[in-house]
Write a protein that binds this ligand. Structure first.
Ligand code: NOJ
Length: 732
């Protein structure tokens, strides 16, 4: 009895001691903001059940029903412990209500991550990425992405599914609008610029969002330009063309990656261990997570790679997809897969850790809710509009000018075409929460620039169809005017996902309208708004000038009008080739060399492009001279400089972009005819000369990658060219 008493006293003292210690640690480690993220993740994982962990690996959707009265309905079926949702709404209350469910009604209070497609702006929509690529102004792209990030984060979105850096050379593919064109280097630079804008230096800031690189990988090569089709891409092309933008953006710190819909050489991208794990995570050291594309896990079944949803879940997860977007396969089958020994809890822990880590770094545990701010402080600010306008000005490309532009004081202007007063299509696809009522039409821009009494408007026709009944009025408007501004283009729904076209030509009704107007003999400026390169071999000859305005977002009218009047000097250059005819597709500047460069031509059409990569006119005249290197002795391991002088020989100040190309004429792996390796845009005052420099690091700028991803540099002849000038040298 005595002995037992003693035992009891000891037991009570131990319990008292333990309880004192625990009181000091009342706040669990994962809730302590000053603890390192890895400790917080580890602590939280230790506390989670398997079911809680699996929920973190799933993404649901909410916000499609935008009626505020339906908030309860919207969140009723979403478990509070869900990892992420695609947030279709910009309603802060709906977000906060779901977040409250996560924070207060679940055991551990893990915040939900809200993601959405903020592709070229949130509410202040700016030019589509393909247009951004033509601006050659990565700083401006960073600025606009940070505007988008701010609007998004303040409206309840923490994570954007952007940038899309799929190199694409097929304009038929609707998603070409979402990338930065046909060149890997341009996609790398603009991709990094976007990541920097979205994420900034510190995600913990409340006005930044996590970026998501997509679609990993090779999606831009979809066969026939048709969405979702399989791709066959050699490993050589993977390494030198499709992977570099991803590598650059991973090095820039992109937080997440989305797996693509396409099959790559027999293994769907969403179940591709080689790309998702061996290259992305093991070789490049990506520490973030991979989310599947929409239903891409389940789609392994129609792709012929999984027999059922369970096998699809297993194959996607073990290949390296941590989060299952939308189709619920992970949630449904992971318990079974664990019990069958097909996946381990450790694998699940590793995946969950990647997701939790982002949530900690975004500060979601400390600030799970979004503060409701008035719209005026959150979106569509004057600064945001101004930045969108600048980017639109710089991304528009003057394709042709027989001297009619700038118009100066043109007299009366006939403003014709289905795009003239359009405020919807001009915004472009993937407009996020952009609203046509906030957009400016080309007509409005012209009105502000030239005054409404100067304008005679007639739509002429619709974007497609066969109705020619508006032609007569359009012709009459042209006849009583001094110049015609014909605004043609594509509907926004003709670009983006699942929006391929079999031809790059505009529908024939638009070409017929142009012909009708051309028959008046009045000078004609063609303004185009579209999401892909176009086939212009019939339209361009009818016009005295052609301005490619792309889909400029909210602020397209003033930039178009400014370029037409001469207030704005155009500076955009194409980041994608405009073929002479759709039959030339795929056509791009950096193809590998032909065995017979002078032969293999088309018999009935020109073989070259209509407007080549890098083409774009200015009102200034730039003369390139004095291309030289700072050393005659060029050797491996030593950087050297190449420079060129560019003189603005006109009386107009203007921006010029110098595109630097490298050619390696003979190599153990054949190289493209030329490859863009550097570019720079500078303002050059009338009559002034600016020096443009390319700091060449041979190991980075002259090297190539072999089919296993090894960078190699061979001695021998190289050429560096700008504009029409070329410098030859021997690398020792
Ligand atoms: C499918 C698209 O392919 C992808 O780009 C997008 O991010 C997701 N849907 C989510 O909307």
């Amino acid at each position: 009895m005595k002995y037992n008493m003693k035992k009891l006293v000891i037991a009570i003292s131990v319990a008292a001691f333990l309880s004192a210690c625990c009181n000091e640690e009342k706040v669990p480690v994962y809730r302590q903001a000053d603890r390192p993220v890895c400790d917080r993740v580890e602590d939280l994982l230790d506390r989670m059940t398997f079911e809680e962990k699996v929920l973190q690996l799933n993404q649901y959707i909410i916000g499609l029903n935008t009626n505020v009265n339906n908030i309860g309905e919207e969140i009723k079926d979403v478990p509070g412990g869900i990892g992420s949702v695609i947030y279709f709404s910009d309603n802060v209350e709906l977000r906060n209500e779901l977040q409250r469910k996560a924070m207060e009604e679940t055991r551990l209070g893990i915040p939900v991550l809200f993601g959405f497609d903020v592709i070229h702006g949130f509410r202040t929509v700016y030019p589509i990425p393909l247009a951004q690529g033509c601006s050659w102004n990565p700083e401006l792209v960073t600025e606009l992405c940070s505007v988008a990030a701010r609007e998004a984060r303040l409206s309840g979105t923490d994570w954007t599914f952007a940038p899309m850096i799929d190199v694409s050379r097929d304009g038929r593919w609707g998603r070409v609008a979402e990338c930065f064109g046909e060149d890997p280097y341009a996609n790398s630079v603009m991709g990094v610029a976007s990541v920097n804008g979205y994420q900034g230096d510190d995600l913990y800031n409340t006005d930044k969002v996590a970026a998501c690189l997509k679609h990993f990988v090779g999606y831009g090569m979809s066969q026939g330009g048709r969405d979702y089709t399989a791709t066959d891409i050699s490993m050589q092309s993977m390494w030198d063309t499709y992977l570099p933008p991803y590598k650059a953006c991973i090095e820039a710190g992109a937080e997440t990656v989305m797996s693509a819909f396409n099959d790559i050489n027999g293994v769907p991208a969403t179940a591709n261990h080689l790309f998702l794990t061996e290259i992305l995570k093991e070789k490049w050291g990506h520490k973030g997570f991979v989310v599947s594309d929409w239903n891409a896990v389940e789609q392994l079944i129609p792709q012929g790679y999984a027999a059922d949803r369970k096998e699809a879940a297993l194959k996607a997860f073990t290949a390296g997809v941590e989060m299952d977007m939308k189709d619920n396969c992970y949630r449904e089958y992971f318990e079974e897969l664990l019990n069958e020994g097909k996946i381990t809890e450790r694998q699940v822990d590793e995946a969950v850790a990647r997701i939790l880590s982002l949530k900690f770094r975004l500060g979601l545990f400390e600030k799970p809710y979004t503060e409701p701010l008035p719209e005026s402080e959150r979106i569509l600010t004057a600064d945001a509009y101004a930045a969108a306008e600048r980017l639109a000005e710089e991304s528009m490309v003057l394709l042709k000018n027989d001297g009619i532009l700038p118009l100066g004081n043109p007299g009366r202007i006939a403003v014709i075409g289905p795009m003239a007063k359009d405020k919807f299509n001009i915004v472009g696809s993937w407009r996020c929460h952009g609203n046509a009522k906030d957009a400016q039409s080309i007509y409005e821009g012209l009105e502000a620039e030239f005054g409404s009494p100067a304008l005679n408007y007639a739509p002429g026709c619709d974007f497609d169809g066969t109705d020619r009944s508006g032609f007569a009025l359009a012709k009459a408007a042209a006849l009583k005017s001094d110049v015609i501004v014909l605004c043609l283009g594509e509907k926004s729904a003709w670009s983006g996902e699942n929006a391929s076209r079999s031809t790059l030509a505009l529908p024939s009704i638009q070409e017929e309208l142009a012909a009708e107007l051309a028959s008046t003999g009045k000078p004609m400026v063609l303004v185009l708004s579209n999401g892909r390169p176009l086939e212009l071999n019939r339209l361009a000859p009818m016009a005295d000038a052609v301005l490619e305005a792309w889909q400029p977002g909210m602020k397209g009218g003033s930039p178009v009008a400014g370029i037409l009047s001469g207030r704005v000097n155009p500076s955009g250059k194409l980041c994608i080739t405009f073929p002479w005819s759709t039959g030339q597709v795929p056509i791009f500047y950096n193809s590998r060399q032909s065995s017979r460069p002078d032969q293999g031509q088309y018999q009935e059409i020109p073989s070259g492009p209509m407007y080549e990569f890098g083409h774009g006119l200015s009102y200034s005249e730039f003369v390139y001279s004095d291309l030289k290197a700072d050393s005659e002795d060029i050797t491996k391991g030593r950087d050297f400089k190449v420079q060129v002088s560019v003189t603005n020989s006109s009386d107009r100040d203007g921006y010029e972009t110098v595109l630097w190309y490298v050619t390696d004429p003979f190599c153990s792996v054949t190289r493209p005819v030329k490859e863009l390796r550097h570019f720079e845009k500078k303002f050059i005052k009338a009559g002034a000369t600016e020096i443009f420099t390319f700091d060449v690091n041979p190991e980075k700028d002259l090297a190539y990658v072999d089919s296993e991803g090894n960078p190699l540099l061979e001695s021998g002849e190289y050429r560096i060219s700008v504009n029409e000038q070329t410098l030859k040298f021997n690398l020792k």
